[in-house]
Design a protein around this ligand. Sequence first.
Ligand code: SAM
Length: 319
Amino acid sequence: MHRGVKASLVPLRLPLQVRDPERMRRIHALMRRFQVLSVVASQLNPMRFPPALRGVWEKLQYPYYALKGLGPRPKCVPPLTLMFDGPRSYREFIESGNEMASYYVELAHLKPDDSMLDVGSGIGRRTLPLLTFLNQDGSYVGMDIVKTGIDWCREHYNNYPNFEFRQIDVRNKHYNPNGTYAASEYKFPFPSDQFDFVVLNSVFTHMMPPEVENYVAEIARVLKEGGRCLISFFLLNDESLGMINKHRSVFDLRYEFGPARSISKDMPEIAVGYDESFVVDLFNRYRLEITPQIYYGSWSGRSDYLSFQDLVVACKVSR
Ligand SMILES: C[S@@+](CC[C@H](N)C(=O)[O-])C[C@H]1O[C@@H](n2cnc3c(N)ncnc32)[C@H](O)[C@@H]1O
């Protein structure tokens, strides 16, 4: 195991707890105020800084990383300048990875010998904790449309034969605008009934309705019967829509695209939310039975939540 990475997965705090709602409201209000800036900031990825500035940014993070007690940067933690898919610090990279891995185990019953597929694996934020969880009989495939992330993971996970990374050249206006294949028609490069577990973290929050429909069909196809999936969403229901209308939500999902809504008319892929009943019907159509509870997140401004995004766990059933 790498120094600095927690050996065990962080414990889950279930049942859902109210975690200082007043503080969350203040944070959300601040985030809302800076939403426009955050859209701009998402374009201002340190990866796109001029090399000199990128070097300074990177160097400043090392003392921060050491001071926070995270130890030296482990081999499978990418440099900040390559983190194109969300985190802007090492701490965030490691903690959010650990958090999500604990949900795999506690909510979706991931087992050490399971075969799993991580669709939209980015640069491995959610992969790292699995190095110490999956055993030799278990396997992990990360699949993404951004070549830099896949190349980096391939190089740095080369000592782990049961970890594999595949680049697929699928189009996404935000992440891979010149990709060859349409996500609405793409067939995953795996035979049917192959995986025990499929996960999509913050991926459908960047995809449009026909694309999500096709991907759900593909997820159902590649899952074994009895296999599970865990997928994160921004779900639109009475509560979250009410919060959006009252300006309590982090994202002002105001532009409608059929069953979806986005914060941007021109680049909807920046943040997309889905009508909850559309998601339930879609899963049902493909024999993906959603567990009774949906684990709502804090993004909408709710005071009881589990994570940031809403988490849907489902099991492929025979019918
Ligand atoms: C916000 S990042 C999340 C990355 C990773 N799942 C995580 O949680 O750290 C969204 C990821 O989805 C990927 N993505 C977007 N559209 C995709 C598609 N059609 N197929 C596979 N991956 C896609 C992006 O390249 C990006 O890596």
